[in-house]
Design a protein around this ligand. Sequence first.
Ligand SMILES: Cc1cc2nc3c(=O)[nH]c(=O)nc-3n(C[C@H](O)[C@H](O)[C@H](O)COP(=O)(O)OP(=O)(O)OC[C@H]3O[C@@H](n4cnc5c(N)ncnc54)[C@H](O)[C@@H]3O)c2cc1C
Ligand SMILES: NC(=O)c1ccc[n+]([C@@H]2O[C@H](COP(=O)([O-])OP(=O)(O)OC[C@H]3O[C@@H](n4cnc5c(N)ncnc54)[C@H](OP(=O)(O)O)[C@@H]3O)[C@@H](O)[C@H]2O)c1
Length: 279
Amino acid sequence: MNEMTDVTASTAQAAQAVKVLPDAQTVTSVTHWTDTLFSFRVTRPASLRFRSGEFVMIGLLKDDGKPLLRAYSIASPAWDDELEFYSIKVQDGPLTSRLQHIQPGDQIILRPKPVGTLVHDALLPGKRLWFFSTGTGIAPFASLIRDPQTYEDYEQIILTHTCRDVADLEYGRRLVEHVKSDATLRELLGDVVEKLVYYPTTTREESPKMGRITNLLKSGALFEDLGIADGMSPQTDRAMVCGSIGLNTDLKEILEGFGLREGANSDPAEYVVEKAFVG
Ligand SMILES: Cc1cc2nc3c(=O)[nH]c(=O)nc-3n(C[C@H](O)[C@H](O)[C@H](O)COP(=O)(O)OP(=O)(O)OC[C@H]3O[C@@H](n4cnc5c(N)ncnc54)[C@H](O)[C@@H]3O)c2cc1C
Ligand SMILES: NC(=O)c1ccc[n+]([C@@H]2O[C@H](COP(=O)([O-])OP(=O)(O)OC[C@H]3O[C@@H](n4cnc5c(N)ncnc54)[C@H](OP(=O)(O)O)[C@@H]3O)[C@@H](O)[C@H]2O)c1
């Protein structure tokens, strides 16, 4: 499938669905962005509280009746009535080879125990917040760029998203466009247009900005493009990183080179990292 497709269930349909799975939630809409990427929304358990940027375990029942669960970042903000997820489709992946076929009205399992380090609490106060993502690693930032606290706490927010191909950027591009133009979000978040900067790049298919974000940082091209004269400093800059293990390792070294230290929920500092997937 090369074109984006949308399927949405009516609220009535979703509400009527009978819960047969443990911790069942009902799918309310599904959007296929590319052959390998899709997003979907599900009902939110009334008792679920989470901090924007956290992840939960979601999944389906296996044929033997046991749950098959995987970690997923919640892509929707903490104030949203529903939960949104942004997912890869791994051809032979135990979960996503099946999950990619869900339809509105279907049920998924959602364990309501959110955790994670990509949260505001794990960072010390700063002026400029960087969200560095590759692939589906944009999911936690899809939540955070819709969270009012992000705009209250920082003067500037820079979201970088690097993918192999242009189509892989579409979910993020649409989301940023939505944040900047949707009347309800504008009312909730305030004048975000000036604070949120979107910096998409591709590494394989030609696009206006090409290159790995690590190389663009090391060469200084990123700062030049954004009109930032003096790079990053532990006094002003805070960063959250979500990508493959290789990306995370390489970015950590660069951030440490600027003097930023890794933080955690229990010990906030200047940057935090989370894997977008294992392997
Ligand atoms: C903290 C955390 C948060 C996560 N959040 C998300 C999320 O929001 N969206 C999401 O799609 N996945 C996310 N993942 C990955 C997810 O848990 C599963 O690995 C993924 O759904 C594939 O499941 P699977 O059973 O089909 O294949 P698996 O057996 O889990 O994976 C098979 C292989 O596919 C590749 N792979 C798996 N997931 C990805 C991915 N997201 N991007 C690129 N390659 C991948 C890896 O090479 C992996 O070894 C997250 C993982 C962690 C640890
Ligand atoms: N997406 C596809 O079209 C595709 C096709 C075949 C197989 N796969 C497999 O599917 C899985 C996920 O693919 P994906 O494209 O979503 O994720 P990915 O391989 O992590 O790549 C996502 C983006 O991150 C960049 N990147 C990777 N490692 C980096 C590092 N150390 N530093 C800086 N940037 C880095 C990649 O650049 P580079 O392009 O320079 O690596 C790419 O632009 C992988 O296991 C991959 O082998 C994907």
